[in-house]
Design a protein around this ligand. Structure first.
Ligand code: BG6
Length: 493
């Protein structure tokens, strides 16, 4: 299962993403034999660095973040594939030099001109890099050329369009791999399989049997060192535009006719197009809740308020919590609310998708005064990976007492199970040209259309922003959102 050889260019090679995710991912792929020895990695960033410093940095990133233990012999072979070049991405100067270095690496490792450009950079720089790659001759080799880009893809529809146009002047849509790392997660990919490969679920997967769907993505961290970025972005653009809407799409999509990237992405786009936009301020207020963490307490530790975090405006009205009720206006989902919530400084780090089924008619058991709970199907994405099903059964030995029992399949609890990180999967997919779990332009643009209405309404007046103490589940209004419909957030594990 190894690949054709390629050169991987990491722009932003001294950044956090490269250190935490990309280098460890490349190491895992190498260790598992998926990369063979036919590859080279060129690290690029402005800062001057010797090859030795660069390799030392990579080594410490692997020691700290890899899911594999270090292996001296493997490391020596691995490190030989890495080179560093200091480069100002916005001027042409270094790009010809980069091309020469690339050709040398291609002949050293016997590579046929396949080149993958990974931009772990601020999006303002994407367009300039794309143009310089072309002008510097880096796209003239035989073999394929692919551009992998990180989010945020713009900050609204207009800026995303401008960005896309710039990139498209150089790369074709098929060559562009837009990362949403949630799509690289094992259990997010598993949604599709559980839905379409089980006779249990697909026949019930509609508004006749499903009462609501809930998606929770909670984090315990605050904004850490990313205050500058986050204060401009907020939960809506940082998490909802991408990860949350992608999970909604995976849950709501129709079965694709074939398991090929374009068919799957066509179905996801239809969902994104069907999400009812909230166009007036009243609609936004009624269906969308925003919150911001205030000071809070975990055991004897005091957690800062968001407004006191580094690089955050002390009067900021940026949301660190988002909850909404949304509707997918199509035949299958008419009338089924999708409740989504995400926030920083919540009590636990967890991602779960819950399908709550409608209750059975209660005439049979009602007379017995039993309290039937709805059936639940839960995808546990994080921190544990698994599936959980809640059904009703008789309490053993009792006459009529009905209790919910759980069937809990914890995939990540299995001995020796060590699932690949999202970035490993996505890098591997980009290298082998599989774009299934990358977002296509029409997905991104439709997601922005939905987000823009909310952002525009919010920008007029922030009086609906509600504070919540750090390490709690967000403002009460998020609970009321469901209570109004007779539902509640199911607790996450
Ligand atoms: C990123 C966001 O996309 O996802 C971060 O920018 C967030 O703010 C992160 O912390 C969460 O990802 P994960 O994989 O840790 O759940």
């Amino acid at each position: 299962n190894s690949l054709d050889g390629a050169v991987l260019f990491i722009f932003g090679a001294t950044g956090d993403l490269a250190k935490r995710k990309l280098f460890p991912a490349i190491y895992s792929l190498y260790k598992e034999g998926k990369l063979s020895d036919k590859f080279a990695v060129v690290g690029l960033a402005r800062r001057p660095k010797t090859q030795e410093q660069f390799r030392n940095d990579i080594r410490s990133s692997i020691q700290e973040f890899s899911r594999y233990n270090e292996d001296e012999e493997l490391w020596t072979r691995f490190a030989d594939h890495f080179e560093y070049q200091s480069l100002d991405t916005q001027t042409m100067d270094g790009f010809q030099e980069l091309n020469t270095l690339t050709q040398q690496l291609e002949s050293k490792f016997g590579l046929g001109g396949n080149r993958l450009f990974y931009l772990a950079l601020a999006p303002e720089l994407f367009g300039g890099v794309a143009h310089n790659l072309k002008a510097g001759g880096l796209l003239d080799s035989d073999g394929w050329h692919r551009l992998v880009i990180e989010k945020p893809f713009g900050y609204d529809l207009k800026s995303a369009e401008a960005l896309n146009e710039k990139i498209r002047e150089v790369f074709e849509e098929e060559e562009i791999y837009r990362i949403d790392h949630y799509l690289g997660k094992e259990m997010v990919q598993n949604i599709e399989v559980v839905r379409f490969a089980n006779a249990f679920f697909e026949p019930l997967w509609n508004n006749k049997y499903i009462a609501n769907i809930q998606i929770t993505l909670s984090e315990t961290v605050g904004v850490e060192e990313r205050g500058g970025y986050y204060d401009q972005s907020g939960a809506l653009k940082d998490m909802v535009q991408n990860h949350m809407l992608q999970m909604v799409a995976m849950m709501a999509m129709e079965p694709p006719s074939r398991l090929v990237p374009e068919d799957i992405r066509d179905e996801k786009v239809k969902v994104l197009r069907s999400i009812r936009p909230y166009k007036t301020d009243e609609e936004v207020r009624e269906h969308v809740i925003r919150g911001q963490y205030a000071e809070g307490q975990v055991k004897d530790k005091t957690l800062n308020a968001y407004r006191s975090e580094n690089s955050v405006n002390p009067a900021s009205s940026t949301e660190t919590f988002f909850a909404a009720k949304l509707f997918v206006d199509n035949f299958r989902w008419a009338g089924v609310p999708f409740y989504v919530r995400t926030g920083k400084r919540m009590p636990t780090k967890s991602t779960e998708v819950v399908v709550e089924f409608k209750n059975m008619p209660d005439n049979v058991y009602f007379a017995k005064k039993t309290n039937l709970q709805p059936n639940l199907l839960v995808f546990r994405v994080n921190p544990e990976e698994g599936i959980y099903i809640k059904i009703n059964a008789k309490r053993p030995g009792s006459e009529w007492t009905i209790i919910p029992v759980a069937m809990d399949f914890c995939q990540s609890c299995q001995v020796g199970f060590n699932t690949p990180e999202a970035y490993e999967r996505l890098l591997f997919d980009a290298l082998r040209g599989d774009s299934t779990y990358f977002t296509r332009w029409d997905e991104v643009s439709n997601a922005w259309k939905y987000i823009d209405h909310i952002a525009q309404s919010w920008s007029k007046d922030a009086s609906d922003l509600q504070m919540y103490p750090a390490a709690t589940w967000g403002p009460d209004a998020s609970h009321e959102l469901l209570a109004k419909d007779g539902f509640k957030w199911w607790p996450v594990h």
